[in-house]
Design a protein around this ligand. Structure first.
Ligand code: LMR
Length: 394
């Protein structure tokens, strides 16, 4: 049965976890996978999460199945978090999923079922896992221009030119905030243009929303998806609680659909539940129950929001410190973009060869293409990271 099977290449991001662990150097620096680390290099359990887990432990009386839709309280709380209280969410439906990745796959499978000839457009570059997810669902994959390495900014005009060729058979994947891997994001005015184009051309926005609260704040980061909800007749969104609740391994996310009306949204939701049933049957409960407890309790929610503020502000100050250090070491503004980008990542202007040298000579681990995890930095490693960058760039 298995004779013809070739070994799969390792996942480029996940492979770095093992490689970094095996590196014996004590001054090694992990800027690879998107995991938040505090000033001590730890990824602690948030206080609000710990408290919610304790409450769950005290109150849970059964481990019986929850069902394919998952925790309905979580689904409604996560939609309120994303869309806010002011908007009409009567067309919005959500299903709890195993992580944001589970949401991406469930939505991709449902879209393929809804329209077998649909094509999905991914930003160039995008999170590498978007490609296998879309292909596994059987969707045709194309890419649209997004990032300009020369300016470390957007190729917005080129992006819009390409998206003008899209129509009702097309799905356009957009990162709702904190673009992964570049950290470069459309302005609110540019989002308005994207929404208007989606309306004019009839393509479906598919929003990956994995870093809500990691950019400028919970409200600010949701501005683009709220605008889309108001403006476009249909859209889908994959939400993740891995980063903003720090519950990576609990696999907690939601697949959200916005239909043209409540009736259509219900039909799509029922199909999504049946796709889930035929795949993993139902999502794991623990993480979603924890998130629900936090979001439904004003005190716990306040604790969580404060912790999230600390995480975000730390990343923002690391961005500024790194940009300042590189400005003074190079005497140029080449790296100023680091302070302006948002989210967990930015892309350094380095070649693959220079990335290999950073790893072998300096013990600095970055993802191919130059992506580095801002939250992997600490005050004490900013200087050595900047020195190593300057050294390899020559
Ligand atoms: C990342 O991009 O590093 C994270 O989303 C982790 C992952 O699963 O790739």
């Amino acid at each position: 049965m298995f004779e013809q099977l070739q070994a799969a290449p390792p996942d480029k991001i996940l492979a770095l976890i093992g490689k970094f662990k095996d590196d014996p150097r004590s001054d090694k620096i992990d800027l690879g996978p998107g995991i938040y680390k505090d000033q001590n290099g730890e990824t602690p359990v948030m206080e609000a999460v710990r408290e919610a887990e304790q409450r769950l432990f005290q109150s849970q009386t059964s481990k019986a199945y929850v069902g394919s839709y998952g925790d309905e309280g979580f689904n409604s709380a996560i939609c309120s978090l994303i869309f806010g209280g002011a908007l009409d969410t009567s067309r919005v439906r959500a299903i709890q999923t195993p992580g944001g990745t589970g949401a991406l796959r469930l939505l991709a499978d449902t879209l393929k079922m809804a329209n077998p000839s649909a094509k999905i457009w991914l930003s160039d570059p995008t999170w590498p896992n978007h490609v296998p997810i879309a292909k596994a669902a059987g969707l045709e994959v194309a890419s649209y221009p997004y990032f300009d390495p020369a300016t470390s900014g957007l190729r917005f005009d080129a992006m819009m030119e390409t998206l003008k060729t899209c129509g009702p058979n097309d799905i356009v994947m957009l990162h709702g905030c904190c673009h992964n891997p570049t950290g470069a994001n459309p302005s609110f005015d540019q989002w308005k243009e994207i929404a208007a184009l989606a309306n004019a051309r009839g393509f479906l926005p598919f929003v990956d929303f994995a870093y809500h609260g990691f950019g400028d704040g919970l409200e600010e980061d949701a501005a683009a998806v709220r605008l889309l909800l108001e403006q476009v007749p249909e859209m889908v969104l994959a939400s993740s609680c891995s980063k903003n609740f720090g519950i990576y391994r609990e696999r907690t996310g939601a697949a959200v659909i916005i239909g043209p009306n409540a009736e259509r949204a219900d039909v799509v939701l029922s199909q999504m539940a049946s796709v889930a049933r035929g795949n993993y049957s139902m999502p794991p409960d623990h993480g979603a129950a924890v998130v629900r407890i936090i979001l439904e309790d004003p005190t716990l929610r306040n604790t969580w929001e404060n912790e999230l503020d600390t995480v975000r502000n730390r990343m923002l100050s690391l961005r500024v410190a790194l940009a300042d250090t590189l400005r003074s070491k190079t005497g140029t503004d080449t790296f100023d973009f680091v302070a302006h980008h948002r989210g967990m990542f930015s892309r350094m202007p380095v070649t693959d060869e220079q990335i290999d040298r950073l790893q072998s000579e300096f013990g600095i681990y970055m993802v191919g293409g130059g992506r580095f995890n801002v939250a992997g930095l600490r005050d004490s490693v900013i200087e050595p990271f900047a020195d190593a960058l300057v050294a390899v760039r020559g």
